[in-house]
Design a protein around this ligand. Structure first.
Ligand code: ZN
Length: 519
């Protein structure tokens, strides 16, 4: 333990809400950004870049809200909120820097992060500025930022395209010395575009680390264009960089930013203490995938569906012989470290949590949200207390019972279509009483929604999808699965219906959703 105390620890600085969000096909609104931010606090990150206040009114408001929220949580005693550095991005433009400060200043530890390109290519062809002009601009903007943050906050300066500065490192070091003099205390050296092998970049990091005073924090920010951002980031830490800029699920421009989970796990696995709640990684990955709409690649390190599966006989044999050891023959980590089950023949025990439920059900090809998994968890727990460990098939049965073709107040029997009259005749039961009701509408989904209104159970249609039942589910394979999201007031549920007839699958999904909403 004493040894661990003396070891250098990384400053994990997350950029999901800035770099990650700006690259999403549908960027998050401010309420969604808040959810992501709260998850970052749960993980215990040391710093978070939460937006680019000068880029839009919405981003300005979001950064301001998050800074204020942090102050409020800190006051209420939340330790993560008390410690986190809340940062906003600003170009080396005085109005950007002022705007950034106006948004972040409410946080207990506010930061202005300002940047300007330093590569020959960008200075000449993008900025149309000479290196001397760039240096002057950098120094004057850092001075302005420093005058705004005073003793309350700090200033980070980035040499954008640092990875492209192989030929002009002398200029960069000269510029950085002046910027440090002007008040920047964190110097970020981005591999804005990953073009070369990591060793070249790490060597550049080392040069800057050696040239600057040791009280300055060197930071790395890597993009993953060649798939080596994690390697470049991890090795930079051992070359002297202390702030590691990373992103949840590796979200970010083009091929993404450095993946948060890979970096912290690689460091921890290499014996470096990391002050992050690693056991929240797996649940975070699932949430971020759902919130961003960006699926997790099946072979993604640590979090992909295939990461814990052994297919060949030799691998299965080695895995099973070493399954109780800390180090597995074909397993990089003990997956419980990131809050994930690692058992190949995954079952559910009374100890299993919502991520285990999620993992079992999605393994069959069904989609469910983490909130639904949490809803199912106590039901499975009760069953496993009676029956012992539940097999994956048994879990799937219970999932279906509670989420597919669910009966409640309503039981769907049949629908007749009279095409010439745009008429639909529903046969169903309401609270045990058999009812036949005719509705006129453009189509069957609209007819079902009208029917619900007429029987006093109105719902709004939010989203509609139809697929075929996943093949792994032998019992139902080949049938239509409808997933229909319905809403009443603020409550949303997904109704799921299965039938060999797609029209009936749709109707069952709507009846199922209504039953879940009106319990
Ligand atoms: Zn970036």
């Amino acid at each position: 333990m004493t040894e661990e105390k003396n070891q250098r620890r990384p400053f994990i600085y997350d950029v999901t809400l800035r770099d990650g969000n700006q690259a999403l096909p549908n960027p998050w609104n401010n309420a969604q950004k808040k959810d992501v931010y709260l998850q970052l606090l749960k993980l215990g990150v040391q710093g978070a870049e939460v937006g680019f206040p000068a880029s839009s009114e919405m981003d300005f408001e979001s950064v301001k809200e998050l800074a204020k929220l942090t102050a409020q949580m800190a006051e209420e005693g939340n330790v993560e909120a008390q410690n986190i550095v809340v940062s906003g991005l600003a170009r080396c433009v005085p109005s950007d820097i002022q705007r950034c400060w106006d948004a972040v200043k409410y946080a207990p530890h506010p930061r202005i992060h300002t940047f300007i390109a330093g590569s020959p290519l960008s200075m000449e062809h993008v900025l149309h500025m000479t290196p001397e002009q760039v240096k002057e601009r950098a120094v004057s903007c850092v001075k302005l930022a420093k005058s705004l943050v005073g003793d309350k906050g700090d200033v980070e300066f980035s040499v954008e395209h640092f990875g492209d500065c192989l030929e002009n490192m002398d200029f960069v070091i000269d510029e950085l010395k002046a910027v440090v003099e002007a008040g920047a205390t964190t110097i970020n050296l981005p591999n804005t575009v990953e073009r070369y092998r990591p060793a070249l970049y790490v060597n550049q990091i080392k040069q800057v680390y050696d040239a600057l005073p040791k009280n300055i924090t060197i930071s790395v920010h890597c993009h993953n264009d060649l798939g080596m951002a994690t390697a470049a980031t991890v090795e930079s830490f051992y070359a002297g960089a202390n702030q590691l800029e990373v992103s949840l699920n590796g979200l970010g421009e083009r091929c993404g930013n450095t993946n948060f989970y890979e970096v912290v796990v690689a460091l921890a696995n290499s014996g470096t203490p990391v002050d992050i709640h690693l056991d929240r990684i797996y649940e975070t990955a699932i949430l971020i995938s759902q919130w961003s709409g960006v699926n997790i690649y099946s072979r993604a390190p640590l979090i992909g569906a295939e990461a814990i599966v052994h297919r060949s006989g030799i691998h299965q044999d080695g895995a099973s012989k070493t399954k109780d050891l800390k180090k597995g023959a074909y397993r990089p980590i003990d997956y419980s470290m990131i809050g994930r089950h690692q058992n190949d023949s995954l079952g559910f025990t009374s100890q299993s949590g919502r991520t285990a439920v999620y993992e079992i059900v999605t393994k069959f090809g069904y989609k469910l949200s983490l909130a639904e998994a949490a809803e199912l968890q106590p039901i499975l727990k009760a069953a496993s207390e009676k029956e012992g460990e539940l097999s994956a098939d048994r879990v799937l049965d219970i999932f279906r019972e509670h989420f597919i073709n669910v009966n409640g107040h309503l039981i769907f029997n049949n629908i007749e279509v009279i095409p010439d009259e745009n008429r639909f005749i529903f046969h169903f039961k309401k609270d045990g009483e058999a009812i036949v009701k005719s509705v006129t509408a453009e189509g069957p989904v609209e007819a079902a929604l009208i029917l619900m209104r007429e029987i006093g159970m109105p719902v709004e249609l939010v989203k509609y999808r139809q697929l075929v039942v996943p093949e792994k589910d032998k019992l139902w394979a080949g049938r239509g699965l409808s997933r229909i999201v319905l809403k009443v007031n603020d409550k949303e549920v997904e109704g799921r219906g299965v039938s060999s007839d797609t029209l009936k699958a749709n109707m069952r999904a709507i009846f199922c959703g209504v039953n879940l909403l009106y319990k």
